[in-house]
Design a protein around this ligand. Structure first.
Ligand code: NAP
Length: 291
């Protein structure tokens, strides 16, 4: 069994990005610039955004943090987005989700210029991905594909089961895995899927993204399978200093011994997301996706 080390892979990707930034600087080019818009004081969002800003500094990007109180109106936020869309110095920006209930996330995402949508949530980027065109791919699916590529996991003709059909993980994963060049035969499962255990037991690759702690058990996985665990559920624990721990969607102790490759939680898919966002920003600054 090979443990897929997301932390190490993420650090490697970030050091590759940092090297590119040095080359850009040495050639007198423009330093990539990422902005993040944070609304309110949600603890989780604060941590994520702080992590993104810190990662920008580490790779040598310029970063800007724009903060709004959670009383900001939708119109004010849309005005900010249209200013960011026109800011020539910015290569990309993100609006940290979730947003307060009085603001439509759909309207906010649609207002972002797809050329600067480094989160890859705009329908134009999603549509381009579906059509197999160059697109900003959202961070979690991008990170998973990067792990699959870097660990040279065989995908062509393999039976892949994706559990979960959300717009941010399950559905894009099912599309990316079935695209030309990756060539998996993909089954996408959800809460209405029948005989999930039997479906999973046929899979060469399982992507578990349903958000149910330790859902995938040993008897659902065949010998030699590749298991990618996307789930993150925070549960109470008296064994940690913080009083809580993170669990994935996979019952790791039962499943890991049967696997050829498996991602742990924490330290698997999670650490890849920030690196993926930085990579998209670099692609944007190099005008790789939109010429
Ligand atoms: P989500 O929007 O809640 O979607 C969950 C999906 O799982 C839905 O499609 C749902 O089916 C399906 N599902 C729920 N219970 C099921 C069951 N018993 N059997 C089969 N399918 C079931 O969740 P998400 O945003 O995709 O996130 C999934 C998990 O990944 C969460 O734990 C989240 O925290 C984690 N996550 C991690 C990262 C990371 O960086 N590692 C990033 C994003 C998300 P229906 O459509 O029928 O309701």
């Amino acid at each position: 069994m090979i443990l897929i080390d997301g932390k190490k892979t993420s650090e490697l990707l970030q050091s590759e990005i940092a090297e590119e930034v040095i080359t850009i600087k040495n050639n007198g080019g423009k330093i990539p610039h990422l902005a993040a818009v944070l609304v309110g004081n949600d603890g989780g969002s604060e941590t994520y955004v702080a992590g993104k800003v810190k990662a920008c500094e580490k790779v040598g990007f310029k970063s800007t943090l724009i903060r709004y109180d959670d009383t900001v109106t939708q119109d004010e936020l849309l005005k900010c987005i249209s200013q960011l869309n026109c800011d020539d110095d910015l290569d990309g920006f993100i609006v940290q989700l979730p947003l307060p209930k009085h603001i439509s996330e759909e309207k906010v995402i649609e207002a972002i210029n797809p050329h600067k949508d480094v989160d890859g949530f705009h329908p134009i980027n999603v549509g381009r991905m579906v059509a197999g065109m160059p697109a900003f791919i959202s961070a979690t699916p991008f990170g998973i594909m990067e792990l699959i590529k870097r660990y040279k996991i065989e995908t062509s003709g393999k039976n892949c089961v994706v559990i979960g059909r959300s717009n941010i993980v399950g559905r894009p994963m099912s599309i990316l895995l079935s695209q030309k060049g990756i060539d998996c035969t993909v089954t996408i499962c959800h809460s209405r899927t029948k005989n999930l255990k039997e479906v999973c037991a046929q899979a060469d690759i399982i992507v578990a993204a349903l958000g149910r702690a330790e859902f995938l058990t040993g008897d659902m996985v065949k010998e030699g399978a590749v298991v990618i665990d996307v789930g993150i559920t925070r549960v109470k624990s008296d064994k940690t200093k913080s009083g809580w721990k993170l669990l994935g969607d996979v019952k790791f102790d039962e499943v890991a011994p049967k696997c050829s490759f498996i991602t742990p939680v924490p330290g698997g898919v999670g650490p890849m997301t920030i690196a993926s966002l930085l990579y998209n920003t670099l692609l944007s600054s190099k005008k790789v996706i939109y010429k």
